[in-house]
Design a binder for this molecule. Structure first.
Ligand code: GDP
Length: 437
């Protein structure tokens, strides 16, 4: 419970073993006792943590009741809280209060959602970094740069007798260039951020018996692989999120590959075409112990415009296809020999993926990575505003007009951190939270 009166509610339902007036209980302490109903009957034996304002998650008075698990008891305690004056929290309300009370900014609040929903270690790491305020700091830094110049502009407008317009225009241009560079870097980081957040959408294609299931098993059986299953975007597909060697992969229709084993009809070229369309990465696998078949050539044709890694499988057998085969080279220069059966060469695939997606370039400890579409859109908007100011300077507009456009950039940036954000946006952001977070 959070809020001015939460201790009043607590007092009505909690009998501590050693009773002390609430004003004598210190924050960050835990008391042992019983939750009782209105007839004085014990509902559960609990521990209650006390947080006194402003030192709490929401900066308000807060208490947390730790009961025994199970649905019934928890529900009863919740009912008692509600009956005695508490209101049920909206989704994200605790974090929303932390934001509205100024303990965290909007970026940090959003990062809480990202941390809760993180599917990979990398993603959790970016979330935590954002919670620590790295992105906020960067945005504030950019804003400060603009403000420094704004001050000069205001002086020039208010005290034209001191005006040195050339200097001011130079300063503005310099500042704009620097701000533009920084914003563009952030904007670019979004592509990496998307990979971290959503995984590289990957599809494995190959004719029957090429070794798709064997490769899939080799990937999924990695000790480090954490597998989460999702309903795929296309009907009847299942997506699996795995992190191998720190690479987040979203494998499309892994179930289809598995099931195809038992079916007379294996995954056909049509289905492959459909899956390939939505993939960020195609792993095209061929049985190198046989010559390329007509079907293999069809698959090569299918993936020629995609980011593709060609796998020559079964390198434990006599080889009939070589890495230098022009028909392969024309499609992709990433060609890797493996044995899915013996699980050799699998690491080379990961290395190739890292190379293709510049994953080694993403330095999470140093670079700030944007993962949120809202932030990306606002950064794009700020960049447009920067360009508008540049244009007004070129057109030799008066300083007060330029100043108005510069304020637009500040507004766009303020929207990211939540200083000038509207209620609708706040509501929308917090509605993505689970209840009570
Ligand atoms: P899929 O139909 O593409 O899913 O292919 P599978 O993974 O089911 O493999 C077809 C057959 O090839 C199976 O009998 C596998 O054991 C065999 N196989 C797969 N990879 C290799 C390999 O690297 N070496 C050898 N010798 N056999 C393999």
């Amino acid at each position: 419970m959070s809020g001015e009166n939460c201790f009043d509610v607590l007092e009505k339902i909690f009998i501590p073993k050693h009773k002390k007036p609430i004003n004598e209980i210190k924050g960050y302490t835990i008391k042992y006792g019983n939750i009782v109903n209105n007839e004085g009957k014990v509902v559960d034996e609990v521990l209650v943590s006390y947080f006194k304002k402003p030192k709490s998650y929401t900066t308000e008075n807060m208490c947390e009741i730790n009961s025994h698990g199970g649905n019934i008891v928890v529900k009863k305690i919740l009912e008692l809280c509600l009956k005695n004056g508490a209101n049920l929290a909206e989704p994200g309300e605790f974090t929303k209060r932390a934001f509205l009370n100024g303990r965290i900014d909007l970026l940090q609040a959003e990062s809480v959602i990202d941390i809760i929903n993180a599917k990979s270690e990398r993603e959790a790491k970016t979330g935590i970094k954002q919670l620590e305020g790295f992105l906020s700091k960067k945005i504030t830094e950019i804003k400060q740069e603009i403000m420094d110049v704004m001050v000069n502009i205001e002086v020039s407008i208010d005290y034209p007798e001191y005006d040195v317009p050339d200097v001011t225009n130079y300063q503005i241009s310099d500042m704009l260039n620097s701000v533009q560079g920084k914003l563009e870097k952030l904007e670019k980081s979004f592509d990496n951020g998307k990979i971290i957040k959503e995984g590289i959408k990957t599809v494995i294609v190959g004719r029957p018996n090429a070794g798709k299931s064997s490769l899939l098993n080799a990937i999924l059986k990695e000790d480090r692989a954490i597998v989460t299953q999702y309903e795929g975007t296309t009907r009847d597909t299942i997506e699996e999120f795995v992190t191998v060697n720190g690479i987040p992969l979203k494998l499309i229709d892994t179930a289809g590959i598995r099931e195809a084993k038992d079916e007379v009809e294996k995954i056909g070229i049509e289905k492959s075409r459909e899956m390939t369309k939505e993939a960020d990465l195609v792993i095209a696998i061929f049985d190198a112990s046989e010559e390329l078949t007509k079907e293999d050539l069809e698959i090569l044709d299918l993936v020629k415009d995609k980011k593709t890694i060609i796998i020559l499988n079964k390198n434990d057998l006599n080889q009939k296809i070589s890495k230098s085969d022009e028909r392969l080279r024309n499609v992709s220069s990433s060609i890797i020999k493996i044995s899915a059966l013996n699980k050799t060469g699998i690491e080379d695939i990961y290395e190739e993926i890292s190379k293709l997606f510049d994953l080694n370039e993403i330095n999470l400890d140093q670079d700030i990575v944007i993962t949120n579409v809202r932030h990306k859109n606002l950064i794009e908007k700020a960049l447009q505003s920067v360009k508008k100011v540049q244009k007004t300077i070129e057109e030799e507009m008066p300083l007060d007009i330029i100043a108005i456009f510069i304020k637009d950039i500040l507004d766009d940036l303020g929207n990211i951190t939540g200083e000038v954000v509207t209620d609708d946006i706040i509501d929308e952001i917090f509605s993505k939270f689970c209840l009570g977070k």
